[in-house]
Design a protein. Structure first.
Lengths: 297, 313
């Protein structure tokens, strides 16, 4: 750009003018190539969802053919999914797991992140490293003893073994909140202390209002983690279908309706749609939250 | 004000230890109950045969079996493939997408949304979708390939293609990493590129000498966390196997994990099968310790990185 502006008038140096024109042409070609690639990739990203929708509307017979476009639009497939599975029950279970899990995670993780970010104490760094270690721990490592504990408490065949641990803080949420809280200048906390605020008051009146975007991001992530969780419910929800979550039920749907790809696709769409809808309402919170997880340290 | 707080920190902070402990205590209880206790208990059970009814001390038998268990070798090979192919493929692809979106002038927000959205699709839904799209009988993906004269394989049903199929699924859902890379790329000072362009550096040279060094910590972070996720790889493989093989998904039904032909078997799946379907819980604990050791290696790399970043700031 600078080259074009400072280029001497053409009469003086025709070669420079040609060079500028060449740069412009190259830049235009690059612009076209970049956008063409982006559009092609975007279509590839959207295609699976498009085929999902189209197949979900086909008749039973047509869904078995290699047709891509529905000959008739069978909106009744969606009603069929509700009729042929416990979808409503699974939705209720999933909502309970996700809502309660999110609430408990926020209540238990914010104070921990606050302590890690604000107090100076010996072992502060060690505690932070412990958070990261817990965050990276594969859930399967502790599965056997934990399962036995929950079984002894009579809580297996329910979602409580997944919900109750969130009373004690979730490592990923603590990590993300801490990353945000350390960016709040210490002067705010000190000022509150000078005003005679207790730690609790400082947290509620100063920190929480400032950390609202991070708390919103953590809430959304945790909600979706629970909504999408497959491993946890597979381990604990038991064999009775009434206790399943959406992801668990959906994974079996195909097995019970093996020749009906249309119904399977309709069920898949019904499980996915809420996530997409929430995303469009809270896009900014998502993007800011994800960006926070990538902070360097 | 600011200088005052910096001048006299030790005195001020002396009293904060007990208060910090108070605030941290619920979480510390959680760490003890959900991390330390089960880890020690896992070690204990690893020396026993246990099926939820009878407990029998067997010494190192479970460990000895580990060395001869063909499924451990198979899962290790599969995981190595995931680490060497799937992880670099998805990380590089998300970096490429991030580069693309930060360069696009028209509709950048729209492209970002389109590329990010699939990462929010529930794992179950995304996997089932891909098994359908790539099924050899009437899947649109092979029809698309046929336009170019390519006869597509039986993706999720062919041991040679099942892992590449899941890699495609992973690339489709790499939006989180893309957003992180976008933030890192936008942090690179623009004037460096302008200076390099004046010096005649081409795009590749600019990427190597300016972009890469700046985003190196973020790239490293992304690679290490991806490797740890690859070690834990469970849901996608399990669901793909079950949907593609048509097996039902409930306790007690015969299901060979890793379909087709154990090509998707990973350690966490074998652990799940051994512990909660075959009730060989002592042996499952040995597998758990193996998984723990493997992920701790990479967690330590990550911790070292965090410590360095902390010292820099």
């Amino acid at each position: 750009m600078t080259a074009a502006v400072t280029a001497p008038p053409r009469a003086v140096a025709p070669r420079a003018g040609r060079a500028a024109a060449r740069t412009r042409r190259r830049r235009a070609l690059l612009w076209i190539a970049t956008h063409a690639l982006a559009i092609a990739l975007a279509l590839m990203f959207l295609a699976p969802v498009a085929f999902l929708v189209l197949t979900s509307l086909m008749s039973d017979e047509q869904a078995l053919t290699s047709d891509l476009w529905p000959r008739s639009w069978n909106w009744g497939n969606y009603a069929d999914v509700f009729a042929k599975s416990e979808l409503l029950r699974w939705t209720a279970n999933t909502l309970l797991y996700a809502a309660l899990g999110t609430l408990l995670t926020i209540l238990s993780s914010v104070p921990v992140a606050y302590a890690l970010a604000r107090f100076r104490f010996r072992g502060r760094r060690l505690a932070f490293l412990l958070v990261i270690t817990a965050m990276m721990l594969p859930p399967q490592v502790v599965a056997v003893p934990m399962y036995l504990v929950w079984a002894r408490l009579g809580l297996t065949d329910s979602l409580w073994p997944l919900i109750l641990p969130m009373l004690f803080g979730d490592a990923f949420s603590i990590f993300l909140l801490r990353q945000f809280l350390i960016t709040i200048p210490r002067e705010y906390v000190d000022a509150a202390r000078v005003d005679g605020c207790s730690d609790l008051r400082t947290l509620l009146k100063v920190i929480v209002p400032m950390a609202r975007p991070a708390i919103a991001a953590v809430a959304l992530f945790q909600f979706f983690y629970c909504w999408n969780d497959y491993y946890g419910p597979l381990l604990y929800a038991g064999v009775a279908q009434e206790g399943w979550t959406l992801s668990l039920g959906l994974a079996t749907f195909k097995a019970f309706h093996s020749v009906q790809w249309n119904l399977t696709m309709a069920a898949t769409l019904l499980v996915t749609a809420p996530v997409i809808i929430v995303f469009f309402f809270a896009q900014k919170v998502f993007i800011e939250g994800v960006t926070l997880t990538g902070v360097k340290g | 004000m600011a200088s005052l707080t910096h001048a006299a920190p030790p005195r001020r902070w002396r009293g904060e230890g007990p208060r910090a402990l108070l605030w941290l205590s619920p979480w510390l209880v959680g760490v003890a109950v959900f991390f330390v206790y089960p880890l020690l208990s896992t070690v204990y059970f690893s020396f026993h045969r246990y099926d939820m009814y009878s407990l029998e001390f067997v010494g190192l038998d479970n460990y000895r079996y580990l060395l001869h268990d063909p499924r451990v070798a198979t899962s290790a090979r599969n995981t190595l493939w995931l680490v060497l192919v799937m992880v670099p493929a998805t990380v590089l692809f998300s970096l490429t997408l991030a580069q693309l979106v930060t360069r696009v002038k028209a509709g950048a927000g729209l492209f970002r949304t389109v590329f990010y959205l699939p990462s929010l699709v529930p794992v179950t839904a995304g996997t089932i979708m891909f098994v359908y799209l790539m099924n050899p009988a009437n899947g649109p993906w092979n029809q698309f390939l046929a336009l170019f004269g390519i006869t597509g394989p039986d993706w999720f049903g062919d041991p040679a293609w099942s892992k590449p199929s899941l890699t495609l699924l992973g690339m489709w859902g790499c939006g989180q990493a893309m957003v992180i890379f976008m933030a890192a790329l936008l942090d690179v000072p623009r004037h460096l590129y302008e200076a390099a362009a004046i010096d005649g550096a081409g795009p590749w040279r600019q990427f190597r000498s300016i972009t890469l060094p700046t985003i190196a910590p973020v790239l490293m972070f992304s690679l290490v966390t991806s490797v740890i996720s690859a070690l834990q790889y469970f849901s996608q493989a399990m669901i793909a196997s079950r949907v593609a093989s048509g097996a039902t998904d409930s306790a007690g039904t015969a299901f060979a994990p890793g379909y087709p032909d154990e090509s998707l078997l990973t350690l966490p799946q074998w652990l799940f099968q051994a512990g909660f379907r075959d009730y060989a819980m002592g042996y499952a604990c040995v597998l758990a310790l193996l998984l723990f050791a493997a992920s701790m290696i990479f967690t330590l790399i990550l911790l070292r990185q965090f410590r360095r970043a902390e010292e820099d700031s």
